[in-house]
Design a protein around this ligand. Sequence first.
Ligand code: TXA
Ligand code: MG
Length: 306
Amino acid sequence: MRAAGIIAGGGLVAFPTETVYGLGANALDDKAVAQIFEVKNRPNFNPLIIHISKISDALRLAEFDDRAEKVANAFWPGPLSIVLPRRVDSKVSFLASAGLDTIALRMPANKVAQKLLAAARCPIAAPSANRSGEVSPTMAEHVAQSFSKSGNKGPSLILDGGPCYVGLESTVVDLSAETASLLRPGGITQEILADNLGTLALAGSDDNAPRSPGMMTRHYAPASSLRINATTAGPNEAFLGFGDNAEGAIHNLSPDSNLTEAAANLFAMIRDLDNGTYEGIAVASIPEYGLGEAINDRLKRAAKKG
Ligand code: TXA
Ligand code: MG
């Protein structure tokens, strides 16, 4: 299958699911995932849903308790994404999960999606296959239209599986904490879910994040304080460089000043520096264009918390 080869080679493939078309990349490959954000032209990094083809694959990526197993068995394959603690040995890209210790997993029911996942033999990270700010595509033509406006940026291949019958993104339920919460309403209704889970806490109830659907995610913030637009490290700080601005840097987001590479490295490098050895992390300034916008958005949020 040509599509599977593209995914394995680090490229992007748009594929149908029962909900909406997804823009897929190898979820284990930071650079491939960075390209998703690049072609979508997103000004920020949202964690992505990781698509898998078998429960046994899911068990390798996240910690399933009895409740999660019950819900997965009841609703997979289908339009439900489950947020779970990521396994410590999980190989999923930290960019795909926006640096979080949790990941959202989903097993799509669409036959083309299942064939792609089985042939690619890796989990596939996939947001909806549209450019930022546009509505989610439910037909292959929508995907082509969306990316035709973006010059040569887009998926290498669009798999046509006809119209999506759900036509609405998957329900996202968070089972990473003791109390289950609904993060995004979708294909599976709250009532149906609650029948399986007992009482379901309301979305956003324990969080001051914005309450619009899809935005109710706690963001990863490093424990160390973070200082942006730095040119060098201060006392007890680790310096995270970019391009030529990397004197004394412990890591360089991209020695060639490549923003896709910098995005791919961002969360993994910050996590590595946030290991308790340093009091703070000083980050070189990142140009504010292309993926730099999303990188700066993330860094500014982290710097505020620090
Ligand atoms: O129906 C769908 O779910 C489609 C198809 C392609 O599968 N995908 C999709 O992906 O809608 P996306 O990236 O547009 O939506 C991901 C949603 C966002 O609301 C995000 O905040 C949430 O999942 N999410 C992902 N990982 C999360 C995590 N670790 N914790 C909390 N929320 C998470
Ligand atoms: Mg979307």
